[in-house]
Design a protein around this ligand. Structure first.
Ligand code: FES
Length: 338
């Protein structure tokens, strides 16, 4: 029996989870468009936090991203209807003496701001908390640098899989971070939790040359940590380059398209880290994009049919197994690994 017949539809499966929809710095004093699981949203800042609602006005369907923020709430640019953060219309300027219809309201969604991101959950009851990354809380010891959103034509699960794929480093990332002379993946363990998984591996990566020096081979400890469904954290502890941690959080637009919020944390006393990271990581990710957008099927597979898997693939395969279990609501066996 195929797993594809048992699992929930994609949107139903992932709507109960928190997903990032914007960087915090992108949401200023104007409404901001966002999209999640084929749902168009408008985000705005309230007096106490952030709000997310349906993007189009309940009156005549105008785009609320063209509106403005007032002390009462989000005001539509077309006729000035204004919505509070609960979604209820609180002002209809064209007939101020008439009671506001009960149906004059927007569908609203849970919204929260954490880790430099704006997160939304489309379901009334979130199935899991936001990822816990306590190391980001102390800005005296940690600075962060974001990359522009990655807008790729791949499934969110495919994005996480490529982050977790150890065997591709020596091939896809030749010339940047990968070491083509060390393609063999040493044995490693995967720790499985109810909310994610983690693994640690030592990889002889190339460290970028600092100050114009050529890259050097560096013994780098990679620590992978995933929070289901689509948040990956990867810590780099090199001996020659700066230690840092990368956060890749894929946000599903649809079953076959995602945006990824990708940023790094590092010690703020490393003054040139941000410039180095943006330059080198952008080149690394472009190498990934060319491979990932070419994978088929475009939707993230739910089973392992049609793939021949080996032990070196264990981490991305354990991730897919867990994601399939999440969609089917029951444990799923992994495939045989050659
Ligand atoms: Fe928004 Fe009329 S369409 S107020």
């Amino acid at each position: 029996m195929s797993a594809a017949h048992e699992v929930r539809p994609y949107r139903d499966a992932f709507a109960p989870y928190w997903h990032p929809v914007a960087y915090s710095h992108e949401l200023r004093d104007a409404p901001l468009p966002a999209r999640l699981l084929e749902t168009d949203l408008v985000l705005w800042r309230t007096g106490s936090g952030v709000a997310a609602s349906q993007r189009y006005c309940a009156h005549r369907g105008a785009d609320l991203c063209s509106g403005s923020i007032t002390p009462e709430g989000l005001r539509c640019a077309f006729h000035g209807w204004t919505y509070g953060e609960s979604g209820r219309c609180v002002r209809i300027p064209s007939q101020p003496q008439t009671p506001i219809p009960e149906r004059a309201r927007l569908a609203t969604f849970h919204a929260a701001e954490r880790h430099g991101l704006v997160w939304v959950c489309l379901s009334p009851e979130p199935a899991a908390p936001l990822p816990e990354w306590p190391e980001l809380a102390d800005t005296t010891t940690v600075a962060t640098v974001p990359l522009p959103r990655l807008d790729w034509d791949i499934a969110a699960g495919r994005m996480v899989e490529i982050v977790l794929d150890v065997a591709h480093l020596s091939f896809v990332h030749e010339g940047t971070f990968g070491n083509p002379d060390q393609p063999e993946v040493p044995p490693y363990d995967v720790e499985k939790r109810s909310d994610g998984l983690s693994a640690r591996i030592v990889y002889p990566a190339l460290a970028p040359g600092v100050g114009g020096a050529p890259p050097r081979v560096d013994r780098t400890t990679l620590t992978y940590d995933v929070t289901f469904p689509f948040a990956a954290r990867l810590s780099f502890k090199p001996t020659l380059f700066y230690p840092h941690t990368v956060y890749a959080v894929a946000s599903p637009w649809s079953e076959e398209k995602m945006q990824c919020f990708y940023f790094a944390s590092y010690h703020p006393r490393i003054r040139n880290f941000a410039d180095l990271f943006v330059k080198s990581e952008s080149a690394i990710l472009e190498q990934d994009r060319r491979i990932a957008e070419g994978q088929r099927p475009r939707a993230h597979p739910l089973d392992f049919a049609g793939e021949v898997l080996v032990k070196a693939d264990r981490l991305p395969i354990e991730y897919r197994r867990a994601l399939t279990a999440l969609r089917s609501g029951r444990p799923v066996d992994g495939p045989p690994l050659e």
